[in-house]
Design a binder for this molecule. Structure first.
Ligand code: BGC
Length: 723
């Protein structure tokens, strides 16, 4: 809008100059020429002389909603509906989603593309350009670092913009419900607070580049088997407390400009025609005024979807399926044109938000080095040191290292499916380790296919690093939690011949560890992106503290998770029945007294920390004394600089019938040896609310606030009484 006032200025300056010159007609000609040069094409197009009439929607001095109204008023029904579904993209390109523009009115085409962990600008391998392959979302979540999530989003946004992409399909942010979920690596966490906090920063980062995020897959799409058919059956309280909060946060605090509804039905109604999810919650309760787009082939009706709140429909199996019928449905009175207008208005608003009606969008240039450095930093921050019993790490005075295993010699940037990226470059673990180790250290490698050969290399080296992993992908879940192939046997064989064995997991989610008793040193790097090898070496050699913490519980086996077992998972005849209720992830393990392999929030540092001095101070908020200020001190008691990730959990009074504790705040701080810092965080009233009788309530009673390094390592605890 400010731009419009600026645009008005040259014209009046020109007229003043013309008057002063008093030399008509030269002055007029010069003035017109100057005006033409100074006023961008878009503003000139508001003039009546413009073919097809004036285009006031390009006039930046008019409020956006009026510009939308003026544009909408000039569109035919056919043109309106054209903006509501994707079609086959033009030959030579191949973004996932393409909505053709309306040249008659100057409405540009809309380009929508994957994905959440790096740009995948074409569905067709032949036209896909490389991009920065960032570590998987679960790795970002393990950082517990909102500032990093913002930088991650900015990186994605810049690459999307450089490639002409307007809407980025991401972040993927479903709750990790079952440990075998095929897309768990694309999601953040089993915890709604952590998911919402990091997704919000990610969204701010992407959208700061004038690229819309499309948060996906709203709302309960936590498993992949039968994702197009199996319903998620869930009670209201569980939905409100576990599955919906990340979306509400992403919409209200993240200001996400678009939302992708998932493939599966929720409580028997497909997400993309689910009035409760779309019209009632998203639009009415949360005030969302952006665009809802369908996942691919997630639309199952025209009337049901358009009336429930689906704005744009996409399906590459049959472009325009259902929505191409809308003009006829309006003409025969089944759907009102007002409904169509409401949907189109949202699409136009999105176009204004990403600056499509501003002339000369400047495309950034991708700085590969800067983006690669961000990929490396994310991988480092997300690396979780699960175990370091023999204090083997960080490596010191090593003469030789054998790097073995299926992911030792090849990089493992990401998982499969729509989130996969063609990386600009890759660094494998052996490359990263050899580069960091330098000339004085002998580095050997083996891909582990022949276990005896790999073991021989490991035996001959001072230290063995075994890099194992899995490769999950969308469209299916993992059959079990085991490492594929003979990797368990490989680990045991290596550990048997070299007591200084480091096992490095490159998995998207937890795996069973039958060899755990034999392995004192264990690191989880997730799918670490294109710079994974460099990041791994930095952590192994102690250049970076392993500062990741588990955003998901690692069960001993899949069956230990309270979400497992038919009809919870696998599905029963009526779909996935979420009868575990609130007992998702660590909530369930705590509630049922189960001991996982590694608990939620766990992750070691190369230094040690002491937590002390917890104080709780109720503070007034709008006259209600229900916010609570939490303060405590973290001290680095070791001899190295390290990263502490203090976590704050709230335990509710018994009457609320909540699981024992819930993450409600966290921080991340780097402390030098001997340094101490007081952390102060405020828990809002909502941290003490639970869903009952159709609304959020605070049960009067004692709330136990616990603070510490993981959900099972909480040295500080105090109660606060709320009435
Ligand atoms: C996936 C989405 C993705 C879309 C477009 C679907 O199969 O579920 O996450 O954004 O394809 O590639």
């Amino acid at each position: 809008m400010g731009g419009g006032r600026q645009l008005g200025r040259p014209a009046s300056h020109v007229i003043g100059w013309v008057r002063r010159q008093r030399r008509w007609p030269y002055a007029v000609a010069a003035a017109l020429l100057l005006t033409a040069l100074l006023i961008p094409a878009a503003t000139r197009s508001t003039r009546p002389a413009e073919a097809g009439g004036p285009r006031p929607w390009f006039d930046a001095s008019i409020p956006v909603e009026s510009r939308i109204a003026k544009l909408l008023a000039r569109m035919s029904l056919g043109e309106k509906v054209q903006l509501l579904y994707g079609v086959e993209p033009p030959v030579g390109s191949g973004p996932a989603g393409y909505v053709p523009g309306i040249p008659r009115l100057g409405v540009p085409s809309l380009v929508l593309s994957d994905g959440p962990v790096g740009l995948r600008d074409s569905l067709r391998a032949a036209t896909r350009r490389p991009a920065t392959a960032l570590p998987a979302t679960v790795s970002l979540a393990a950082s517990f670092d909102p500032a990093l999530a913002n930088a991650y989003g900015q990186t994605l946004g810049r690459e999307a913009r450089a490639r002409g992409v307007h809407v980025l399909y991401g972040p993927a942010m479903n709750i990790v419900r079952v440990p075998v979920g095929g897309r768990n690596f694309e999601y953040f966490s089993e915890d709604p607070y952590l998911t919402g906090a990091l997704a919000t920063s990610y969204i701010h980062g992407v959208q700061s580049q004038q690229v819309a995020t499309q948060i996906k897959h709203y709302g309960l799409n936590s498993q992949e088997i039968d994702r197009h058919t199996a319903s998620s059956k869930v009670d209201e309280r569980t939905m409100r407390e576990i599955y919906l909060p990340p979306w509400q946060t992403a919409v209200q605090q993240g200001n996400a400009w678009s939302v992708m509804c998932g493939n599966n039905p929720v409580n028997g109604v497909y997400a993309c025609e689910n009035r409760k999810l779309l019209a009632d919650l998203l639009e009415t309760e949360w005030g969302f005024d952006g665009v809802v787009g369908s996942d691919y082939a997630a639309t199952h009706s025209a009337v049901g979807s358009v009336q429930a709140g689906l704005d744009q429909s996409f399906s590459w199996q049959d472009w325009g399926a259902f929505y191409r019928d809308l003009p006829q449905l309006v003409r025969d009175g089944t759907v009102s044109e007002t409904t169509i207008d409401a949907r189109v208005r949202r699409v136009l608003r999105l176009m204004f938000r990403i600056g499509l009606f501003v002339p000369a969008r400047e495309l950034p240039v991708i700085d590969r080095a800067v983006h690669g450095a961000l990929a490396r930093r994310t991988a480092q921050e997300g690396t979780v040191l699960l175990r370091n019993d023999a204090k083997l790490l960080p490596l010191k005075a090593v003469g030789s290292i054998a790097v073995v295993g299926p992911y030792a010699t090849k990089a493992h940037p990401g998982g499969g499916g729509s989130s996969s990226v063609v990386p600009f470059r890759t660094v494998s673990p052996v490359q990263g380790i050899a580069a960091r180790a330098g000339e004085g250290v002998t580095v050997t490698s083996h891909d582990g296919t022949d276990i005896a050969e790999a073991a021989a290399k490991a035996r001959a080296a001072d230290v063995a690093v075994v890099v194992v992993g899995d490769s999950a992908r969308e469209g299916t879940d993992r059959a079990d939690m085991d490492l594929p192939g003979r990797q368990d046997a490989l680990i045991s064989a290596i550990a048997a011949v070299n007591p200084k064995t480091v096992v490095v997991l490159q998995t998207g989610a937890p795996v069973t560890m039958p060899w755990l008793a034999e392995v004192p040193t264990l690191v989880e790097t997730w799918y670490p992106g294109q710079e994974g090898g460099t990041a791994l070496a930095a952590v192994l050699f102690g250049d970076a503290d392993p500062s990741g913490r588990l955003p998901v519980t690692f069960p001993t086996e899949a069956a230990q998770s309270p979400s497992m077992g038919a009809p919870r998972y696998p599905a029963g005849p009526n779909g996935y029945d979420y009868t575990e209720g609130l007992d998702v992830g660590y909530r369930g393990f705590d509630n049922r007294g189960l001991t996982p392999l590694f608990p939620f929030g766990h992750g070691l540092s190369y230094t040690t920390f002491r937590y002390s001095g917890l104080t709780l101070t109720p503070v007034a908020s709008s006259g209600v004394r229900r916010n609570v200020r939490v303060a405590f001190t973290v001290a680095n008691t070791g001899s190295r600089t390290g990263v502490a990730v203090p976590q704050i959990y709230v335990g509710f009074p018994h009457v609320a019938e909540e699981p024992p504790r819930q993450l409600k705040a966290f921080d991340r701080l780097t402390l030098a040896p001997g340094a101490a810092r007081t952390v102060t965080l405020t828990l809002s009233q909502h941290a003490f609310e639970y869903w009952a009788d159709g609304g959020w309530r605070t049960a009067p009673g004692d709330y136990l606030i616990s603070v510490g390094a993981s959900s099972r390592d909480l040295p500080l605890a105090r109660a606060v009484v709320l009435r």
